[in-house]
Design a protein around this ligand. Structure first.
Ligand code: ADP
Length: 509
């Protein structure tokens, strides 16, 4: 009710309809719009797709507030910027321009800015803070009172605690000093408490209105499935059985995997295409629109497609390994950032391996949010699972696993995850025989444990760093084979009194 009494409310509602063709606001949008129009610093944490753009685009086209002039929007992704400016000018007929490395400030732009005729100016952080020419223009606008506000989109990029740190974003910390009276709006879809604090202090925001939304997505359900050798078929069956005629995205980490899976899905009669950063811009654009307009049912993509969507994809030990290898070999990142990224990867691995805790509880924990699992209502795989969870004492299996890996090393060999698993369970298959795994210490020590429990133990050992993953180059080709090796804490496994895991035994019968 207080919001409805705002003096800006009538204009805001009118422009919502007239310019954007919308009838009502989503959660927190009106609050953000009015706060921005009022000239207050505003912090918006809203999930992807929640409607962040409107929070700053609408104030930019309203004139009833005390702020005049242009809203300067900083975003890290040039592609996104192009899309937004294209949409604003063509679809909504809003006067918006864009300055980046390819698009320089033209004299028409400058005249229009000086006359207060441009609603939104999208710039890269480099342009805003580092380009002298652009800075001169902004200074003059500032002195004429024609800088309405700064909008920092994807604000988490400023924080080294965030997912996506951008060096250029750190320079945005000088905006407050250089333009002390210009309000700042920061928006992000991904920030935990620490990142939020970091953003606010780096941008020197002044008691901002905090509009923080839960990360719980009621419209999503979650299911984590372990990748089997038949996972291509599993994906295609899942699509055919559960999503006939619906559209979707399959995320993969590697570009090559995207291509392979898309190709395979096509052989299964699914209209699929791949999408990744290694493609030509036009091809990417075509796939994205074809999917948007339902000419393609499934896009198999890397995260280059639809930035920011957090969709847990399938995993195996190798994924953990490859991710860690990628992080460790990147020499542009600082040791601290590497450590954090590694922790993130481990958390993701943990998430995939944890079959007992509600997925929402786990996901939201990542954002420092508490979630009552009763509210999940069986909309995730763990809550939908009817089996009871038991605390299984796996001390002896855990020790045997470390012993087996150690004795393999002494014998000069490396165990793949499946050799380790089958060796522990005392398999006599050909691989075990030919590699003489049955002669090693620890062999068969888990012969009465079910496979899913042993699998859980191995994951637990990897997570706790009793074991680790590594990769060896295959002799015949360039492919890496993932192997299990001793972890930094391998020797501690015998000192631990008890090792337990949360396990859901299969239902009998
Ligand atoms: P975000 O930046 O938070 O990911 P967007 O700003 O791109 O989200 O908005 C996502 C979609 O929601 C867009 O298609 C947008 O037009 C739509 N949208 C935003 N606000 C509203 C609203 N109040 N009513 C209906 N649709 C909206």
């Amino acid at each position: 009710p207080k919001l409805l009494q705002s003096p800006y409310y009538p204009e805001v509602m009118q422009q919502l309809k007239n310019v954007f063709g919308l009838d009502s606001f989503r959660k927190n949008q009106l609050e953000a719009v009015l706060s921005a129009m009022d000239g207050k610093d505003t912090f918006v944490l809203m999930p992807t797709g929640g409607g962040k753009s409107l929070c700053y685009q609408l104030p930019a086209v309203c004139t009833s507030g005390p702020r005049r002039g242009v809203s300067i929007v900083v975003t890290p992704l040039v592609a996104l910027m192009n899309d937004q400016v294209g949409q604003l000018t063509k679809k909504y007929r809003v006067n918006a321009v864009l300055w980046n490395a390819d698009n320089q400030a033209s004299s028409e732009h400058i005249t229009a800015l000086n006359q207060g005729q441009i609603a939104l100016l999208y710039v890269t952080p480099e342009k805003l803070v580092e380009s002298n020419r652009a800075k001169d223009i902004f200074k003059r606008l500032y002195e004429s009172g024609l800088l309405a506000r700064f909008v920092i989109d994807e604000a988490h990029c400023i924080s080294t605690w965030g997912q996506d740190f951008r060096e250029a974003y750190t320079t945005l910390g000088s905006l407050r000093k250089e333009y002390p009276n210009v309000p700042i709006i920061a928006l992000t879809a991904t920030a935990n408490k620490r990142t939020v604090g970091d953003i606010i202090s780096q941008l020197q925001m002044r008691s901002p209105l905090m509009l923080i939304q839960s990360f719980n997505r009621q419209n999503l359900s979650y299911k984590v499935v372990q990748k089997s050798p038949r996972f291509k078929f599993e994906i295609s069956n899942e699509i055919k059985d559960h999503y006939p005629g619906k559209s979707g995205i399959v995320y993969c980490r590697a570009k090559q995997t995207c291509e392979n899976i898309a190709q395979f899905l096509k052989t299964q009669g699914i209209i699929a295409a791949y999408y990744h950063a290694g493609m030509e811009k036009d091809d990417r654009h075509r796939v994205a629109t074809d999917w948007q307009e339902n000419r393609i049912q499934v896009v198999v993509a890397t995260i280059a497609f639809g930035m920011g969507i957090d969709k847990p994809d399938d995993y195996n030990f190798g994924d953990l390994n490859t991710s860690l290898r990628m992080i460790r070999s990147d020499d542009k990142t600082t040791p601290e950032a590497k450590a954090r990224q590694e922790a993130d990867v481990r958390q993701m691995f943990d998430f995939a391996a944890n079959q007992s805790e509600c997925r929402r509880v786990q996901l939201l924990q990542h954002f420092d949010e508490r979630f009552d699992r009763r509210l999940c209502q069986k909309t995730c795989d763990t809550c939908a699972d009817e089996r009871e969870t038991v605390k299984a004492d796996v001390t002896s299996v855990a020790r045997a696993a470390v012993t087996l890996v150690r004795s393999a090393r002494k014998a000069g060999m490396s165990l793949t995850p499946s050799l380790l698993m089958n060796g522990l369970r005392g398999s006599t298959n050909q691989d075990i025989k030919s590699k003489r795994v049955d002669t090693l210490d620890g062999y068969g020590k888990a012969n009465d444990s079910p496979q899913d429990l042993v699998d859980l133990v191995i994951k637990h050992l990897l997570h706790e760093e009793y074991l680790a993953t590594d990769s060896i180059k295959n002799a015949h080709n360039a492919f890496h084979t993932d192997v299990i090796v001793l972890g930094p804490k391998a020797n501690e496994v015998n000192h631990r009194k008890e090792i337990t895991v949360a396990w859901r035994p299969k239902l009998k019968g």
